[in-house]
Every structure is written in C-alpha cells, then in structure tokens.
Design a protein around this ligand. Structure first.
Ligand code: SF4
Length: 332
C-alpha cells in the first residue's frame, strides 16, 4: 500500500474544503471497500479525509419521506423501526449483503459508492479500462461469469467495460425511487437514484455522476402512495457472504387480481441497477399472473448481450423476476 496522509473533518463544509485542497484525495468513512482497494494498489490516494465524525447518521421522517444520513451504518438502517415498517425491501436487501461485521462498519454513502468486484479490476497486472483507462478489458476475453449482460455494448477494446455494480442496497434504492442528496463547492443538488450510477459508455472509470469534490449527505425515500408488498430476491453461489449473480428488488400493488403499481430493479446484470420503466408501465392493469410476469421479464432483458461464461444470466434473470413477482403477488 502506498503511503498517504490522513486528516479528519467535523462538518461537511470542512470536508469539501479539504478534498478540494489537493488532487488525488478521497473521503473515507467505514472504509470497507476503499481500504481493500488501497491494499491492492487499485486506489492510491495521497490523502484521506475521514468523514466518519460528520453529523450525518440520522434516520428520520421528513416532508420528503424517510431521510437516511450518509453515515448511517448498514446494520442500523436494516434494523431501524422506520425502515422495517415503511421500506422492508431496503432492510431485506441490506441484510442479504456482506457479513454482520461489515454491515456494522459500512455506511449508506460508502455503499452507494461501492466499486465493482470484477477480478481484473482488483489485479493491477491485468488490463482494465476502469482502473487504467485505455489499457483494455481483461474480462471480455477472460473469465466473465459474474459480469454484465445489459447496458455495456458501447465502446472499443480500449474503452469497453462489462463490470457490474455489486451493491444489494443500490438495487433496493432503485426500486424505491430514492433521491441522493449531495453537497459540493457549488451548493446542494438532489440526484434521482436512476441518474446517480451510470452505464460505462466510453468512460468506465466513472461509476457515478458525483464530482470528486462532492459529498453525499443523505438519501430520501419517498413514502409509497399505495400499500403494497415487496421482496428482494438474490441468487448467488453461496447462501451467504456472496455477491449476487442476479438479484431482483420489486414492489407491487395488486387490487382485485390486477396490478395497480409495480417497480422492478435488477442487480448483478449491469454497471448500475437495471430498470425498464416501459416494462413496468406495460404491467399496470394486467392480471397479476405468470403470463404477465413472463412478458415483463422478457422485456426487461431484451437486448442482453452475453459473453462466453455468463449467457446463463439471461434465463436466470427472467426466472428470478418471475419468481419475485409471483411471491409479492401471493403475499397480497
Ligand atoms: Fe476492468 Fe470493467 Fe473490464 Fe472488469 S469489466 S476488467 S472492471 S474494464
């Protein structure tokens, strides 16, 4: 690991001033991903700004819904009564990720910023357009079982990336239409979760639209207007402590056998949580049955591009969507 300097910030304005004071500076809070990346020499910051003492760990109801501070720990979010009561989908997704020890340390902000678990990204001896732009992609012609099947078709060999976003929480936040509140030198902005993470395009080194000197301060979860049922269904190689091959976060409202409202977000298939609003719109007013769910699943993975080792994800994603929708329909 390269030597680095360390400093602490006690207020957001101070944190923003410190990160802007010199290039190649990073924020650190729980450090559950960043420290690993530093040990592997994937991230080599000159300075770390510790933001873990900022007053931003609140979980409270506001006029905008449920506000969760960026420094709320994953364990605290998952077990908080307001989260369990109003957004059980988020609680379920959080508890399906990592281990209790990691969840005790990892924060909401850090989880939003988690980097891919692509093996080649973590190995500086391998080409990787995300780690070193222009060097190529080890995964495209290599072992790509865990990689993306959607949203990564752009680019040349010197810019392409088929990495996936590894976070369970981000998939749930996508289905819940979360808003990410950030602050930077130019002031505050509120970013819808669907615009926060980005597809790789030809600049896969950027996972999000966050500027280097912007700080995540909180996330707002709008209260649902209709009561519904939800599920986070995660398919993985081991029953615990494994990243998703495919996951589905869904919330559905059914009345008299017909679908009134539905959100479906997929994890493990793309560079960001994957939602297809047209497929959700098509379901409104349809019977809550397997025929409707299969049609939606087919529409959601339309355009999927498999690689040598991950073609199974196309069928797996559809089956997981159908199973999750059937489960929430029955729960109603
Ligand atoms: Fe790097 Fe992305 Fe290719 Fe993985 S898939 S090696 S992260 S460019």
């Amino acid at each position: 690991m390269k030597n680095f300097r360390y400093t602490q910030a006690n207020q957001p304005a101070q944190a923003i001033q410190l990160i802007g004071s010199e290039p190649n500076t990073r924020f650190i809070a729980g450090g559950t991903n960043l420290v690993d990346l530093m040990k592997y020499d994937v991230e080599m910051p000159d300075m770390l700004v510790d933001i873990s003492r900022l007053p931003a760990a609140q979980i409270e109801l506001t006029a905008k819904g449920l506000r969760i501070g960026a420094l709320a720990r994953n364990s605290d979010m998952a077990e908080h009564p307001l989260v369990k009561k109003n957004f059980p989908l988020l609680s379920e997704a959080l508890l399906s990720g990592a281990s209790p020890q990691l969840r005790n340390l990892a924060t909401l902000g850090g989880n939003l910023m988690q980097r891919t678990r692509c093996y080649y990204f973590y190995d500086p001896s391998q080409p990787c357009n995300k780690r070193q732009p222009g060097s190529g992609c080890g995964a495209i012609g290599g072992y790509n079982r865990i990689h993306a099947i959607l949203g990564s078709a752009e680019g040349t060999a010197q810019s392409q990336c088929i990495a996936t976003n590894p976070s369970d929480m981000n998939v749930a936040l996508s289905a819940l239409n979360a808003i990410v509140n950030v602050v930077g030198p130019k002031g505050e902005r509120a970013i819808p979760i669907g615009e926060f993470h980005r597809l790789p395009g030809t600049t896969p080194q950027f996972d999000t639209v966050l500027a280097a000197n912007e700080l995540i301060v909180s996330v707002d979860l709008p209260m649902p207007t209709m009561a519904g049922n939800s599920q986070y269904l995660k398919v993985r190689d081991r029953a615990s402590y494994a990243f998703a091959l495919v996951s589905v976060a869904t919330r559905m409202v059914v009345a008299n056998g017909l679908i009134r409202d539905v959100q479906i977000a997929l994890g493990g298939v793309a560079h960001k949580p994957w939602r297809v609003p047209e497929a959700e719109h098509q379901l409104i007013g349809k019977p809550a049955n397997e025929t409707s769910f299969r049609a939606a699943a087919k529409q959601i993975v339309a355009g999927a591009k498999p690689y040598e080792h991950n073609a199974f994800k196309i069928k797996l994603a559809q089956a997981t969507i159908v199973r999750a929708l059937q489960t929430v329909a029955k729960a109603g």
